[in-house]
Design a protein around this ligand. Sequence first.
Ligand code: NAD
Length: 462
Amino acid sequence: MKAHDGMYIDGAWRPAAGTDTIEVVNPVDEQVIGRVPAGTAEDVDAAVRAARAAFPAWAATTPAERAARLAALRDILVARKDEIAETVTAELGSPLPFSQAVHAGVPIAVAGSYAELAATYAFEERVGNSTVYQEPVGVVGAITPWNYPLHQIVAKVAPALAAGCTVVLKPAEDTPLTAQLFAETVAEAGIPAGVFNLVTGLGPVAGQALAEHPDVDLVSFTGSTAVGKRIGATAGAAVKRVALELGGKSANVILPSADLAKAVGVGVANVMSNSGQTCSAWTRMLVHSARYDEAVELAAAAAEKYGDRIGPVVSAKQQARVRSYIDKGVTEGARLVAGGPESPREQGYFVSPTVFADVTPEMTIAQEEIFGPVLSIIRYEDEADALRIANGTVYGLAGAVWAGDEAEAVAFARRLDTGQVDINGGRFNPLAPFGGYKQSGVGRELGSHGLSEYLQTKSLQF
Ligand code: NAD
């Protein structure tokens, strides 16, 4: 795999300040496939200075100019989509067809959506005797996780650039090669030097330096709730804007009138997708007691079919963490009906697609984010019980509701404390706001809501 040995700062690949490197490992065969520099506070400072210097000129471009650069970026992502998919597969381990369709396909759609939005968004409006301008916030520090390596980057960088902000990105240490490839596409798209900058490195070093940098105006973070809380506290102390996309423990509520086979089949597929490493995955399936046994049987059969075809999880650390949650589920009395803690292969960070039945709402596996291919099936007695269980975690990122009648599902969904709900298997919409209630985060990504995160208002009175 191609790896740059420098940082992309001010439009060029520059040597890192230090000599430490990070090994990039292929989770399928555990082989080292590349090394990238482990950035320091010095690298972050150089990148922030470049972003600050580039800000006035980029902020002064017209929306049409920014739209043209974003359209060029989208076209280059399209031209290089096979390379993107291969790179994500090499460092994340996801099967190639999934990398092509989702890891390469979704960022292309999102970049395209911001090319259009930059051209059409109302950056100026009249309100009575005022003109209200939407102005870019400034220099953005973007910190991203590994689970959707390119999507998480594009979901921040594209709206930031559309708004007229400049960016310093610190991507996840497990998937830096995709981020380096993205920096190449930014350069090819003719986006001016300093508008986008990349510093690879470890979270507690480069990530923390970026989050704490006094000349960063907005920190946009996607990752765990534990790190998000620290970043939120740091930003709060500096009176700095912050956007947090954090963890989830979403409920898939199957109401008694639903098509059970479909709801269970789609529900299992949702949890196993990307080896369970999806923040919005419906990891708790809620089923009425009258249909519980049937649902468990269907889910176990569906999970068994996946075998090791779902791909590994990202790292040995993540594999150990997921397996320890499976052990905990067994210890706390849940019933394993598919999978288990044993790895299905000797080599690689694989975890068996796992389904637990007889999970009660207070068990650890029903409360904490596992971030692996593990589904918990929970029984409810009536709608009030289902609602209490569905809303009974600290998270509120996503969810699903299934019912025979769409209006019935919508009525239930409106009572869920969560940022987005799929009704009877509704499709992903790259223009719909994405983000969490409660400890799943602050702010929204995607579409016009995502763009407004990077804007601040100024009103002039006449
Ligand atoms: P993580 O919090 O460990 O790391 C995320 C990023 O933060 C990485 O780039 C990491 O290097 C950096 N980081 C770590 N410590 C830091 C610190 N002290 N200061 C600054 N930066 C630091 O999360 P992860 O394990 O990489 O990702 C998985 C988590 O991300 C899950 O909890 C998942 O739910 C969440 N996630 C949320 C969304 C969403 O949109 N809500 C999307 C994807 C993933």
